[in-house]
Design a protein around this ligand. Structure first.
Ligand code: HEM
Length: 379
């Protein structure tokens, strides 16, 4: 499917009624290390409803009342690119879509983490999602016909782990922050004591302060992005499924932001991307971190970081955004807004693993359906 077909696939959703679509029932557990949570199916269907509630609430706060993504609503740029798989990949790294020397077209979207459009200076995670087009391999799920089912989507944030062990904790944290937001409070305006009161788990509190409060992002060019959750990556020497996490590291570590984060520009991250791409190609390394210890690097319990000291990341491909192919940010935005990046748009060789991933397929699809129906209804 080419770039234009993505826009067309979004436009096919013409009904403005919202009925939640079930994907969860198609998912099979494929690793003995995946663990079903009690009441998982019921919980996930409830979370889908919670997430659309968040979309409605945020829509009431945004200009025009548009329904946006439940998370990662603000885009810094939608870029056309290429994924160039390493030419000399050793056998153990040439797995699934990573065929030696192969080049794929990609579409990428950089984002802030919240479901609200705020200034880039607001304390928030940053996201990178990219769609690798026309990948070979058996598809994961039967998706509704209006969803492209030929790509493989990677979704990452600039944190090595999500701020939760499982989906219930993730939604609970999101709901707590939303309740504070309704009182007019945000991470930036709450005192450490108030944040501590909100987050009883010491580990999550510390990570949140270190990653979001103390650390400011002034450019996306030098950020590292992690999948935070595992995916199969071939078989090990005894023929058992091997799990891995992805990360994306910058090629140009020396870049200094072209606009100051203290400037009046609320979209300084986008401005910096535009300035960068006017001068040169933007590039990142795609790396894989293969699990080598089932206890210290669990499949579930996503709060546990897989340490580089235990398994170093290995480069498998380069993600390149050419300057000459990314000249009109405004026009390209429509490409990403009309599409859905979902970890379950992919192939069986890289099936998303773990409770949090099992929830994401259905939740992302329904977030997409809700916002795209709303956009069509407004046309
Ligand atoms: C490892 C954990 C996770 C990572 C790395 C991650 C990353 C991302 C990224 C990068 C996006 C933006 C995609 C885009 O640009 O379209 C996104 C969107 C989204 N995320 Fe997550 N996420 C994680 C977990 C979750 C969980 C547990 C939930 C809730 C169950 C969730 C709900 C959503 C929703 C609803 C969207 C918007 C989907 C759409 O409307 O297209 N995420 N996530």
């Amino acid at each position: 499917m080419g770039y234009r077909a993505f826009i067309a696939s979004g436009l096919l959703l013409l009904s403005n009624s919202f009925a939640s679509v079930d994907l969860y029932s198609q998912i099979e557990i494929i690793s003995e290390f995946e663990k079903l949570q009690p009441h998982e199916e019921e919980d996930i269907s409830n979370f889908t409803a919670t997430v659309s509630g968040m979309q409605r609430h945020h829509a009431n706060k945004t200009q025009g009342k548009n329904i946006l993504r439940a998370f990662h609503a603000k885009s810094h740029g939608c870029l056309k690119g290429h994924l160039n798989v390493e030419k000399n990949l050793p056998n153990n790294l040439s797995q699934g879509i990573f065929i030696r020397g192969k080049t794929y077209s990609t579409i990428a979207r950089f984002s802030n983490g919240k479901g609200l459009i705020e200034a880039d200076s607001a304390l928030d995670v940053k996201g990178l999602a990219f769609k690798v087009l026309n990948v070979p391999g058996e598809r994961l799920l039967k998706l509704p016909s209006y969803i492209d089912n030929t790509s493989m989507d990677f979704t990452m944030t600039n944190n090595p782990t999500p701020l939760a062990d499982n989906v219930s904790e993730f939604i609970s944290l999101g709901t707590k922050f939303e309740a504070k937001e309704k009182e007019g409070k945000s991470l930036a305006t709450m005192s450490p004591a108030e944040i501590k009161e909100l987050i009883s788990n010491d580990k999550i509190y510390k990570l949140l302060i270190d990653r979001l409060v103390k650390r400011k992002v002034s450019t996306l060019v030098t950020e590292t992005f992690w999948s935070g959750s595992p995916y199969p990556f071939g078989k090990n020497e005894v023929g058992a499924m091997q799990a891995a996490k992805w990360n994306v590291t910058p090629c140009d570590e020396g870049h200094k932001a072209s606009t100051s984060s203290a400037s009046q520009d609320p979209n300084f991250l986008r401005t910096d991307l535009i300035n960068y791409l006017q001068k040169k190609d933007l590039c990142y390394n795609l790396n894989v971190q293969i699990q080598n210890n089932k206890i210290t690097q669990p499949i579930e319990n996503h709060l546990t970081e897989w340490k580089e000291s235990e398994t170093a990341s290995l480069k498998i491909a380069t993600l390149v955004f050419k300057s000459k192919e990314n000249t009109n940010f405004e026009k390209q935005d429509s490409l990403c807004e009309a599409t859905s990046f979902n970890p379950w748009n992919g192939i069986k060789a890289h099936q998303p693993l773990g409770n949090m991933n099992r929830a994401r397929g259905e939740v992302y699809l329904n977030s997409f359906i809700y916002r795209i129906n709303d956009a069509n209804f407004r046309k």
